[in-house]
Design a protein around this ligand. Structure first.
Ligand SMILES: *Cc1c(COP(=O)(O)O)cnc(C)c1O
Length: 359
């Protein structure tokens, strides 16, 4: 199996081996030590301030999106949400579930957010800004410098979903003045799904302690309190957390976050150069290194059909799109344990499909 989706993705052998081991009991000083070590590596990789904290949530990325919105914001907030695809839409839905006062900034599919689009919201009493750094559904990487400057100028609390962007695109939480950032285990961390991570700065911690959300499992105060001693309020996905610690050390061993981001960049570039010779168009502007969205040049050809042909005849998984993009777009991910030779195989298989007139 070759998996080029955007999560779950392929894990390396060492990580998979940990997944096959017995799960230890976790209310121990040994486990606490591992958790505190992971916290310090994560802070380093996100370039977070020393005083920041990491919340280890058992639940997929959406659990952390949900918990962050619920714990960070109140009815007194006026929130801007960038919506350029299904993950931006998800934040809007979460805000709406909690009756929060939010305004959508709509971006056309595959288009980045421009300075002009922010002008109507300048100096209008907003208090917070939410963005998915890489809108994974289209692969657009929003201009975080532009957003950061806008938030600084307007004194907005900035919540960033970097679930698919973490380890793929450059990011500096401290310099960018990001107050809260989220990622998940099954994207570029390339672990099993089930853990997501929320990094919070002083302002976010303050908001969490002042807020009183109606929730039991998702009350982030409990996570912060328990986190001080390297623990979580409830039984976490212990096995994945052990894999996480190993994975973070593997990144540290190759030279840290900047080397890992460079690796993702080279991997994306290798594929994007290869695909030029095939009848596809890269559909979005300003791409993240995490994923390449492609559309068949011949509009009568279905992207979904190609996904099925690759899966059923070659054991290769690319990532289909949903909804009205199902037949128009498919995506090829650059996260997980993928080598350049794997892309060669993918390209060879697509050529074979075209040659055999299967599509
Ligand atoms: C994958 C992803 C999520 C979370 O999805 P889950 O299925 O809940 O893990 C959220 N935002 C972005 C940008 C993503 O890529």
């Amino acid at each position: 199996m070759l998996n080029f989706t955007v999560g779950p993705v392929m894990s390396n052998e060492e990580i998979r081996k940990i997944g096959g081991e017995q799960i230890p009991y976790f209310r121990t000083s040994e486990f606490s030590k591992i958790m505190l070590d992971s916290e310090s590596l994560l802070k380093k990789f996100f370039k977070a301030k020393d005083s920041s904290k990491v919340i280890f949530m058992t639940g997929s990325g959406t659990a952390s999106m949900d918990a962050s919105v619920l714990n960070l914001f109140t009815k007194n907030d006026k929130i801007l949400v960038v919506n350029g695809g299904s993950f931006g839409h998800r934040f809007c839905e979460i805000c709406s579930v909690y009756d929060l006062d939010y305004t959508e900034i709509k971006c056309e599919l595959g288009k980045t957010l421009t300075k002009e689009q922010l002008v109507p919201y300048d100096n209008k009493g907003y208090t917070a800004f939410i963005v998915n750094l890489d809108e994974t559904s289209t692969g657009v990487l929003y201009d975080i410098n532009l957003i950061s400057d806008f938030c600084k100028k307007n004194n907005l609390f900035l919540l960033v979903d970097s679930i698919s962007s973490f380890l793929c695109d450059p990011f500096d939480m401290d310099k960018l003045n990001v107050n809260c950032v989220i990622t998940g285990s099954q994207k570029a961390l390339a672990l099993a799904p089930g853990i997501s991570l929320i990094v919070v700065d002083d302002k976010a911690i303050d908001r969490i302690y002042k807020n009183n959300p109606k929730t039991y499992y998702f009350n982030l105060k409990d996570y912060l309190d328990n986190g001080k001693r390297g623990q979580t309020p409830f039984t976490p996905a212990v096995g994945i957390l052990l894999q996480l610690n190993r994975r973070l050390h593997m990144i540290e061993d190759i030279g840290g976050i900047d080397v890992e981001v460079k690796r993702a960049e080279m991997s994306a570039k290798y594929f994007r150069d290869l695909i030029k010779e095939l009848p596809f168009e890269i559909v979005s502007d300003n791409l993240s290194n995490a994923v390449t969205p492609l559309s068949p040049k011949d509009e009568s050809k279905s992207a979904y059909k190609l996904f099925e042909l690759l899966k059923d005849n070659y054991g290769i998984w690319v990532c289909p799109n949903g909804g009205n993009l199902k037949d128009k777009i498919f995506r090829v991910g650059h996260i997980g344990d993928i080598k350049n030779s794997d892309y060669d195989k993918l390209i060879y298989s697509i050529k074979d499909i075209i040659k055999k007139n299967l599509w």
